[in-house]
Design a protein around this ligand. Structure first.
Ligand SMILES: [Zn+2]
Length: 896
């Protein structure tokens, strides 16, 4: 149990030893401690931060290189007790790594750790007795992940301090923890973001560090250090796994599944410290038992914080509903995950509103304290945590077995690319996926070879459900509370999106069957792109490529980059031998691609992009346009640019650039807005305006707006995403308007005066109606998935299915374009059909049907393509890739 006597000496006292580079690896005498507190006694042969890095802990915001260097130094000098494992590289090439720290006997057993945890957590493999046997020997474990947001600075420093303490402290407590617990420390989940923060921070420092919140030191330039290289919030990427930092982390957690997992952050500098238990709403797939464990951890943290005299709070914010946080994902495999947040000095010191000064070291010490407290909980509760882990996974298999949806089937003939990506992603999440090497009949349906099947009776049952379920409800009373808050014009307490079903976002049809399917589990890696092939490579006349899924979209980009002459049919056609092809299909003729290596090039592109290429020996078409028709456009490789820098939303800019560069495979020129409004746009074919933090209006003078408009009218394609579409309306580029809420109170008649006729109010509901603000904006939606219908009678939607699922976030609703101005090519579905997943407030749910998601308005020779909700949101709306590809590649062909 807790030893309260130790609490008095847990406060960290930095060493007073001089910083001398020559002291590297020289044994240090135990730290100087204040007389009033019992000191930690540190082992002399473990180097602290100062002799290795040349400064005392907390006196400098360490660079990613320095942090790596320190961890490497300790893992080399203390190799019996620390093992450093690299799990990837960031976009900018920095190592992504963690260490396992424990007593030598546990480190020696580390290679067996993962297998033991998997055996313990799989009742299909181990009996109750075997599990009990394992529980006698398997250590407890806690995984501490620091610095996912690069400008939340104190936690990586606390990681160094924690590592040092665990290795150097000679107390019985620390020894006993490491005797039965493995501590995994990932000191820096986002090294690129931290590098950006650190370089810019020190570039602003003057004669002395400035605590003034208005100072340059405390205000980072765009795009700030929070995000990674592609400007993603990595703490939202745990469901789609698009970024190497999170992909690698998930792989590491699968190899070394911990019992407890903590993600350590920072928040506003006027706050105190936050730890578990989390705020409502809880995701219903989090179990009561897990919530109880969260309570144990919070309770023990509180004792440590009380002992040190640190303020803290719990429960009020940071909910656990969306599964894409680092502190959520491990929960659905049986770990117990949580978030800690420290007030940020955002520099060396920060003057708080109450007049006190918060220092960098304050943050470091508190994160260090909560780290130790959590390790203690893991150690003390070893047996309970292990047995609850086992119970969690046993109950998962049972629930999966009893589920009326026993088998999930991925076999979507209309979206092979999406099917492959989803199967690959599920495997990456640690879910067992089966596949068939020849056609099988399941639940009275025949499925072709290469379909994917998932048996829900597996230990990751809840993870499968949380990723695939179309609807996961918040507690009714919580939703009612939120509606009440809305009525009083208070913000809701929902922290992130409420809908995230992967099949909906990827536009993949998933079927469920209540039978058991016995097929081999895929052993090797399911690649996210299944290589395509060339059929009839010796074809004399040319090649046909279907482009109605992401494989085809990637193929267009790759073919244009390879310098091939590509044509795209706006209409479906039937070739005399090769069969029927949908609108949007690509044609590459030998006549226009006069290259003896053409077949070889196409084989490479098919392999890389996943698209199948069909060679044809004639061009004869039985139905639809011929290859030379005016309904077949010649594409040319466009120069694509994206607006960059303030006032652009860095997230939206980053997502957009990532989707085009890394998901479609086509380069993007990022143009800073200062250039955009002052330079010629000559030579640019497509310009994307991502969502913005502040309106673009103030950035565009009348002459720069005219410059932009002239460029469009000369044939440019301007694409607005999300709220940039609102700016397009304001700028007179789009002939529609935005809407107030449907049920705004009636605006007063101007002729009325102070006295007005009486109105009878008959109920509380009527009162609520009566006091509603006039001209109220629609209620802000934190993020839901909505159904969208697509007009298929237009070249821009060539190859696009009639129904898609879009995100809806925010509160911008647009009136449809009138037909003389342009076309509404996608609109929100009718009535109750509009909600696909998540929570839409009742009023806006009534307002959305038939309002546009996608509009196109011709402007001179060019056009504006306006998405009212961004298809690049978090780079996880894969279902929109073909439409985006048409906007980027086919649209410029139509303007020339
Ligand atoms: Zn954070």
């Amino acid at each position: 149990m807790l030893k309260l006597t130790r609490l008095s000496r847990m406060k960290w006292q930095p060493t007073g030893v001089l910083a001398l580079a020559a002291l590297i690896f020289t044994p240090l005498v135990a730290s100087a401690q204040s007389q009033s507190e019992q000191p930690y006694t540190y082992q002399a042969d473990v180097p602290s931060v100062e002799p290795v890095l040349g400064y005392e802990i907390g006196t400098k915001i360490s660079s990613p290189d320095a942090i790596y260097h320190y961890f490497l130094a300790l893992s080399e000098s203390q190799s019996e007790r620390v093992k450093l494992i690299e799990y990837g590289r960031s976009w900018e090439g920095r190592p992504l790594f963690f260490v396992a720290v424990s007593a030598p006997h546990n480190i020696a057993q580390l290679p067996d750790y993962g297998a033991n945890m998997r055996a313990l957590g799989d009742p299909r493999e181990t009996s109750k007795r075997e599990a009990e046997q394992l529980m006698r020997t398997v250590p407890s474990s806690v995984w501490l992940s620091y610095g996912v947001h690069g400008n939340e600075i104190s936690s990586p420093e606390a990681a160094m301090m924690t590592l040092y303490h665990l290795l150097a402290d000679t107390s019985e407590d620390t020894k006993s923890w490491l005797d039965n617990t493995v501590v995994f420390i990932d000191p820096l989940q986002n090294p690129d973001g931290r590098a950006r923060f650190v370089s810019r921070y020190y570039a602003t420092v003057g004669l002395m560090h400035d605590a003034d919140r208005r100072s340059a030191e405390h205000n980072e330039p765009w795009p700030q250090g929070r995000s990674n290289h592609y400007l993603f919030d990595l703490n939202r990427d745990w469901i789609a796994l698009t970024q190497p930092e999170i992909k690698g982390h998930v792989a590491a957690l699968r190899d070394f599944p911990p019992l407890l997992f903590v993600d350590l952050h920072e928040m506003g500098g006027d706050s105190s410290y936050y730890f578990t238990p989390e705020a409502r709403p809880y995701n219903p797939y989090i179990t009561e038992s897990q919530r109880e464990i969260l309570h144990w951890v919070g309770r023990n943290n509180a004792e440590w914080f009380d002992g040190a005299g640190y303020d803290y709070y719990t429960r009020e914010i940071f909910d656990a509903f969306y599964p894409g946080y680092g502190a959520s994902w491990p929960l659905y495999s049986g770990s117990v995950a949580m978030t800690y947040e420290m007030a940020s000095a955002r520099g060396h010191q920060f003057e708080r509103k109450d007049g006190s000064t918060l220092t960098y070291l304050d943050g470091v010490e508190r994160h260090f304290t909560s780290s130790l407290a959590t390790i203690e909980t893991a150690s003390i509760r070893r047996e309970e945590l292990l047995s609850r882990y086992r119970e969690y996974r046993v109950s998962a298999v049972e629930q999966g077995r009893d589920s009326d949806k026993r088998t999930v089937i991925l076999a979507d003939a209309n979206n092979k690319a999406g099917q492959q990506r989803l199967a690959s992603l599920m495997q990456e999440h640690g879910i067992e996926v089966m596949s068939n090497s020849s056609a099988v009949e399941v639940c009275d349906t025949r499925y072709p070879k290469g379909s994917y099947f998932v048996d829900l009776a597996q230990p990751n049952y809840r993870l499968i459900r949380v990723l695939l379920d179309e609807q996961i409800d918040m507690a009714t009373d919580f939703v009612e509370q939120q509606k009440q808050r809305k009525a009083n014009l208070l913000n809701d307490q929902i922290y992130d999106v409420t809908g995230w079903s992967l099949p909906l976002m990827f536009d993949v049809d998933v079927t469920y069957c209540d039978d058991t399917v016995t097929l081999p589990i895929v052993d090797g890696t399911i690649e996210p792109i299944a290589p395509g092939r060339v059929i009839n490579p010796a074809a004399q006349v040319g090649f046909i490529v279907q482009a109605d899924d992401a494989n085809g979209s990637r193929f267009i980009a790759a073919a244009l980059r390879a310098g091939l002459a590509v044509k795209q049919s706006e209409l479906p056609f039937t070739h005399e031998k090769a069969g029927t092809f949908p609108a949007g299909t690509l044609i590459l003729t030998r006549a226009e691609n006069n290259d003896s290596d053409l077949a070889k090039t196409l084989e490479r592109l098919a392999y890389d992009t996943g698209a199948d290429v069909v060679g044809v020996d004639s061009s004869w078409v039985l139905d639809g346009p011929n290859f030379g028709s005016e309904n077949v456009q010649s594409l040319t490789a466009p120069r694509i640019a994206v607006a960059w820098d303030e006032p652009v939303s860095s997230l939206s800019a980053g997502h957009t650039r990532f989707v085009i560069e890394r998901q479609l495979g086509y380069p993007v020129t990022a143009i800073r807005t200062t250039q955009l409004v002052s330079s010629s746009l000559e030579g640019i074919d497509v310009l994307l305006m991502p969502e913005s933090q502040a309106s673009y209006t103030t950035y565009f003078s009348a002459s720069s707006l005219k410059n932009l408009r002239d460029w469009v009218e000369r044939g440019g394609v301007l694409i607005t995403l999300g709220n940039a579409t609102g700016w397009a309306v304001e700028a007179g580029l789009l002939s529609t308007h935005m809407e107030y809420a449907t049920h705004s109170g009636v605006a007063d008649d101007a002729s009325e005066t102070v006295l007005k006729p009486a109105q009878q109010i008959e109920s509380e509901d009527a009162l609520k109606e009566h006091i509603k603000a006039s001209e109220k904006m629609p209620d802000y939606v934190p993020g839901a998935l909505v159904n969208v219908n697509v007009d298929q009678n237009h070249w821009l939607t060539a190859g696009i299915q009639s129904e898609l699922v879009a995100t809806f976030t925010g509160n911008q609703v647009f009136a449809p374009l009138s037909i003389d101005k342009g076309r509404n090519l996608a609109w929100f579905a009718a009535g109750d059909e509009v909600l696909a997943s998540g929570l839409l407030w009742p009023e806006i749910k009534q307002q959305l049907p038939f309002k546009p998601q996608l509009m196109v308005e011709p402007l001179g020779e060019g056009m504006l393509i306006a998405y009212t909700q961004s298809p690049t949101y978090r780079a996880y709306m894969d279902g929109w890739l073909p439409l985006l590809a048409n906007s980027l590649f086919l649209a410029p062909a139509k303007t020339k």
